[in-house]
Design a binder for this molecule. Structure first.
Ligand code: SAM
Length: 304
């Protein structure tokens, strides 16, 4: 049940897509004064050490952040994400990579709330330890603590089951990141069911789902299933870095956003060609951006 450890994959091309989009969504929410809640249903460990154990073994970060972070031709919308990586690695050597909770902690404001769920006992402990360390660091610099100040609440529990108790959030503003491992094919169904329930409780929420693009049927049909959910609008972006090979390594992934900010599509159109050029390794590298609204069971779509 607990075979998946995100440390094996930290900083790969799929993380770059996911975390770049995450930064854009948070920055959009920051534009209004009303505080919001960031909910991470599958948080992982929060920070990954790239030259140790799991991450060093697979070195997947060399397919993603390793190629990106030192470039001097990064498109403007990608810069804030690259800056976070630089801040975590002031020595100039890429050692630490932030997971989604640390990225959210960095971009969200003091008055915003972070609710983090992680079920793996080891990763839940690492997540709590990493935030305690961040608190100590912040305290030393005279900043308000995050965990002790209840800005960040971490729970070792099932993110699928825990989300409903948080919706709708008090300020009626929230971003929910849903990023399960999908090693269990039931995760596809759990995500769709959870979103249906969540949209009933809180239709105005912004929901961002990461998903792998694989041969298995659940994966191939997943985005089309999400397009039928009763949101106002959806946006689907995928990044493919190469032609699928016999090694079965992840070559393509997507982010599906329900109720996306109107600003996201133009930013993606600016950045995705750059990511394809930088992270692509053969002629199969490409991106797709689709946008639409669910209309009486069918979806209106626009493609690139
Ligand atoms: N969101 C993280 C990031 O971007 O840095 C990565 C998350 S990783 C893809 C998926 C995580 O979900 C793993 O750490 C796994 O232990 C955890 N997990 C698996 N099933 C879960 C569940 N039902 N509830 C909460 N966490 C779960």
């Amino acid at each position: 049940m607990f075979s998946y450890r995100h440390a094996f994959h930290a900083g790969n091309h799929a993380d770059v897509l996911k975390h770049f989009v995450l930064v854009q969504l948070l920055e959009y929410l920051n534009q209004k004064d009303t505080p919001y809640t960031y909910i991470d249903t599958h948080s992982g460990a929060g920070v990954y050490t790239l030259d140790e154990k799991f991450a060093a073994k697979t070195a997947e970060y060399t397919t993603g952040i390793g190629k990106l972070w030192t470039r001097d031709d990064i498109p403007a919308p990608l810069q804030a994400f690259a800056d976070i990586i630089h801040e975590m690695n002031p020595s100039g050597k890429l050692r630490y990579y932030p997971g989604s909770p640390f990225i959210a902690e960095r971009v969200a404001r003091d008055e915003d709330r972070l609710r983090l769920f992680e079920m793996h006992p080891a990763d839940a402990k690492l997540l709590a330890d990493n935030f305690r360390e961040l608190d100590a660091h912040k305290a030393a610099q005279g900043y308000r603590p995050t965990v002790r100040g209840k800005r960040v609440i971490i729970e070792r529990s099932d993110g699928f089951a825990s989300l409903k108790a948080l919706l709708p959030p008090p300020s009626r503003r929230a971003l929910v990141l849903i990023d399960p491992p999908y090693e269990d094919k039931n995760d596809y169904r759990y995500v769709a069911d959870m979103l249906k329930d969540s949209l009933g409780r809180f239709p105005a929420g912004v929901y961002a789902v990461w998903y792998p693009i694989l041969q298995r049927i659940e994966s191939r049909q997943f985005a089309d299933k999400l397009k039928r959910l009763p949101c106002k609008e959806w946006l689907n972006v995928s990044l493919t870095t190469r032609t699928p090979g016999p090694d079965g390594a992840l070559h393509s992934s997507g982010m599906f956003i329900l109720n996306p900010p109107y600003t996201l599509e133009p930013l993606l159109r600016e950045v995705m060609p750059y990511l394809v050029q930088l992270l692509g390794t053969d002629a199969g590298a490409t991106f797709v951006i689709q946008k639409g609204a669910p209309v009486t069971g069918a979806a209106h779509e626009r493609f690139t």
